[in-house]
Design a protein around this ligand. Structure first.
Ligand SMILES: NC(=O)c1ccc[n+]([C@@H]2O[C@H](COP(=O)([O-])OP(=O)(O)OC[C@H]3O[C@@H](n4cnc5c(N)ncnc54)[C@H](O)[C@@H]3O)[C@@H](O)[C@H]2O)c1
Length: 440
């Protein structure tokens, strides 16, 4: 019986695990399976990524130094680009990207290519799990047919489940192991095997009735964040006109112990997931003739925040009689959120672009982003991150805080900056009431 023998191999940790896609999601997952005593084969199509990992170079700044070396040294983890080696795996987990195409439509090309790679590695008695974020129905409509093209059959020869990754890069209070996991299979046996697999490494695993429930739950989680971020950003625009401090309002509202969840305003939103996933939901809705006005409006509001930030910056300059053309603005923080190095969908990039369009000469400082984004190279005053010395801060007409990294010395900046525009309320305690200070 393929089910019971696979189940035994998983329970005894003899099952060999292959992870396809060794990025933000795949690499930490490989680590927890290694730590639990499984042998893990990492497969990636990017030759540079594979070569780097094989040499023990960790591409994820937030995965502790030395973790990869330990994994490789322990002989439990190996990396490859050779798809032939995948046929030795009992469990194959797909952690490949699900971006948007040029028309902001779901791009499933990586999932489909990985499913075809897996199909060629199928030999029977294997569990396949998709972890990539995607629209409900992807496993059934896009992955299953490719696996069945191998001539093998779901439930008899292989099992297929979906389990959404909830990784939050840079977060320290939750890890892969103590973040509860959803699993949903295409049949009961697949659900059960996926539950057994993740229970070996994750404290709490919740089985749902289908792949589609698990797929939709992931989209709902991230759309929930996108919509609430948009709501608090829209509130910021309203309260700004009313002369009321949105951060104080947020703090006051958060004192309600039930029926409210705090979100804070900012310069927009970025990252691999929150700006992208609502489009997957909207696409799915359109397929069945439903209009998702709410979800789309959230995206629009969040994108507009960059304009608000730049308007505020230009107004602060104008109040001091400084013309936008030729003004020197130092942007603090380019990464899409605090204490990460990723520029993925970072609002700072749009802000730099808008500043440039207004004639400003922008430069930046970000301890996590040493080199400026290629898209901004043509107009960044300096191509690299500037060191925040007293002279640097004082030499700019205005300092604009976009990402509130912990490494910034806020008191030092507050003392030496000529003007400060703050999108994160980070200088509130230091500068409220100071004529040099405004919030955006
Ligand atoms: N980054 C996050 O914080 C996060 C959190 C939860 C869920 N997710 C979702 O997880 C999935 C993976 O995201 P990520 O951030 O790890 O992406 P990533 O870009 O960091 O890594 C993906 C890796 O997959 C590789 N790849 C691409 N096509 C492949 C193929 N056919 N076979 C094997 N490898 C292939 C790439 O070379 C890359 O190394 C996405 O669907 C994403 O939405 C991401």
């Amino acid at each position: 019986m393929p089910f019971s023998s696979l189940q035994k191999r998983i329970d005894s940790r003899e099952a060999r695990i292959a992870i396809l896609g060794l990025g933000t999601v795949g690499l930490p997952l490989a680590r927890v399976f290694c730590d639990a005593g499984f042998r893990v084969l990492g497969f990636d199509t990017d030759p540079e990524r594979v070569a780097q990992l094989a040499r023990g170079i960790n591409p994820l700044t937030y995965l502790n130094h030395g973790v990869l070396e330990t994994m490789l040294a322990g002989d439990r983890f190996s990396v490859t680009r050779d798809a032939e080696r995948l046929s030795r795996a009992d469990v194959l987990i797909l952690c490949v990207p699900t971006p948007l195409d040029d028309d902001s439509q779901p791009d499933l090309s990586h999932v489909e290519a990985a499913a075809e790679t897996v199909a060629r590695a199928l030999r029977g008695e294997q569990l396949v799990v998709l972890e990539s974020t995607t629209w409900p129905g992807t496993c059934r409509r896009r992955v299953l047919p490719r696996l069945e093209a191998s001539g093998l059959q779901l439930g008899r020869d292989f099992f297929l489940a979906y389990s959404p990754e909830r990784e939050d890069p840079g977060r320290e209070d939750f890890t892969t192991s103590d973040t509860p996991r959803l699993v949903g299979g295409l049949d009961e046996a697949s659900t059960e095997l996926a539950r057994s697999l993740y229970s070996t490494v994750i404290d709490e695993v919740l089985a749902v009735s289908s792949c589609e429930v698990a797929e939709a739950a992931k989209l709902f989680e991230n759309t929930f964040r996108a919509v609430n971020i948009a709501l608090v950003n829209e509130l910021k625009l309203v309260l700004d006109k009313l002369g009321v401090d949105v951060w104080e309002v947020c703090e006051a509202a958060a004192s309600k112990p039930f029926g409210f969840m705090p979100f804070t305003p900012g310069p927009g939103m970025g990252g691999h997931c929150i700006p992208v996933d609502p489009y997957y939901l909207a696409w799915s809705a359109r397929e069945v003739g439903v209009d998702t006005r709410f979800v789309e409006a959230a995206g629009e509001v969040n994108r507009r925040m960059a304009e608000f930030v730049v308007e505020r910056t230009l107004a602060a300059l104008a109040e001091e009689g400084i013309a936008a053309a030729g003004a020197r603005v130092l942007v603090l923080g380019l990464a899409y959120k605090r204490d990460v190095d990723s520029l993925c969908e970072a609002p700072a990039i749009r802000i730099l672009e808008l500043l440039h369009e207004a004639g400003v000469l922008p430069a930046y400082s970000d301890p996590w982003v040493a080199e400026g984004p290629a898209a901004c190279a043509a107009y960044l005053d300096q191509p690299n991150s500037l060191e925040l010395t007293l002279e640097t801060v004082a030499s700019f007409d205005l300092v604009l805080l976009v990402t509130d990294h912990s490494a910034f010395d806020y008191a030092h900046i507050a003392r030496h900056a000529r003007l400060v525009v703050d999108t994160r309320n980070a200088f509130a305690k230091l500068l409220t009431g100071d004529p040099r200070y405004s919030k955006a």
